[in-house]
Ligand binder design. Structure first.
Ligand SMILES: NC(=O)c1ccc[n+]([C@@H]2O[C@H](COP(=O)([O-])OP(=O)(O)OC[C@H]3O[C@@H](n4cnc5c(N)ncnc54)[C@H](OP(=O)(O)O)[C@@H]3O)[C@@H](O)[C@H]2O)c1
Length: 282
């Protein structure tokens, strides 16, 4: 299969470049200059020139706080960009795997969010990602949406790399302990995307949730990072009110990943195991 991966230089795009090295498929990786999803003609040309049969969209506007003041930019990439991909997939009979977020949920849940639970984003980023989901769900292309959360990788900037650095520089660190979710190693998410391309999709189920398994707070996550990196930095639990941010964060965003298990037998590994592997490669 010939696969176009957009957002090549992001966390997920970078992990997919690694995974592609041992894949049986042919890949074309593009970044925001040579594969701008807001430029329909540019993407259409790539799809035609390379006889693309599937697109994995890793491109997104991901600056959660900045989105509050850059609404147009966030919607341009996360809604219009996805609308372009949907139109191209419809014209070229391409499959689409699109990545979305736990931020589409209101964040006041108490049990893991199911794929059909009501959505109500708390901020602009979540709203723009929801609009992208809708572009796919309102179309009849062969497309699926994978919602994920708390993504980290050996590539790019993320919580794991920041904590690892701060663990070397500081004696103690305050980390919020009132937001529950689960982390996702981008390598595991990338592997699932590739696996799904080899499966037959269930036309009744177009949204899936994927994170590593378990339920943690950022404090739990930071504590484990210090342990695995051998840092003596003391992690102190604090409420979110100590770190005010322009965009409100969901206090609960654990996602139920059972649809992947039901349709494809895919069960994510535990968050600690995935974290350990990532840290061993930093
Ligand atoms: N990171 C998280 O914690 C998290 C959580 C839940 C869901 N997600 C979702 O997971 C997916 C992957 O996230 P990630 O962490 O890998 O993101 P990332 O590291 O921020 O990468 C996003 C990539 O998209 C590119 N991009 C931006 N605008 C573009 C455009 N118009 N056309 C083409 N490419 C463009 C960026 O390129 P430039 O840098 O050149 O602009 C960047 O390389 C995204 O859909 C994100 O919304 C992420």
């Amino acid at each position: 299969m010939n696969i176009l991966v957009t957002g090549r230089d992001g966390q997920l795009g970078s992990e997919l470049q690694e995974l592609a090295k041992t894949s049986k498929h042919n890949f074309v990786f593009v970044g925001s200059k040579d594969g701008d999803i807001t430029n329909k003609d540019q993407i259409q040309e790539l799809v035609s020139n390379h006889n693309i049969q599937a697109i994995i969209n890793c491109a997104a506007y991901t600056a959660v706080d900045k989105a509050e003041t850059e609404q147009d930019k966030a919607f341009l990439v996360n809604r219009e960009g996805v609308q372009n991909l949907v139109a191209i997939c419809a014209e070229s009979n391409c499959k689409l795997i699109h990545i979305s977020t736990d931020y589409v949920f209101p964040g006041n849940g108490t049990s893991p969010y199911k794929t059909n639970d009501p959505v109500a984003p708390l901020g602009v980023y979540g709203a723009s990602k929801l609009a992208g989901e809708e572009a796919i769900l309102n179309s009849d292309i062969d497309g699926i949406v994978i919602r994920t959360s708390w993504v980290y990788s050996t590539f790019g900037h993320n919580f794991v790399k920041t904590m690892t650095r701060l663990g070397k520089e500081r004696d103690s660190l305050n980390v919020v302990n009132d937001q529950r979710g689960c982390s996702t190693y981008a390598k595991d998410l990338g592997a699932i995307c590739l696996q799904l391309l080899d499966e037959t999709w269930n036309s009744d189920q177009r949204i899936y949730h994927f994170s590593n398994s378990g339920e943690i707070t950022w404090f739990d996550f930071a504590t484990e990072i210090m342990k695995l990196t051998g840092s003596n930095c003391k992690v102190l639990p604090v409420p979110s009110s100590e770190f005010p941010t322009p965009a409100k964060r969901p206090s609960y965003s654990v996602m139920d990943t059972s649809e992947l298990k039901k349709d494809f037998g895919i069960a994510p590994r535990n968050w600690k195991q995935a974290l350990e592997e990532c840290i061993s490669q930093l």
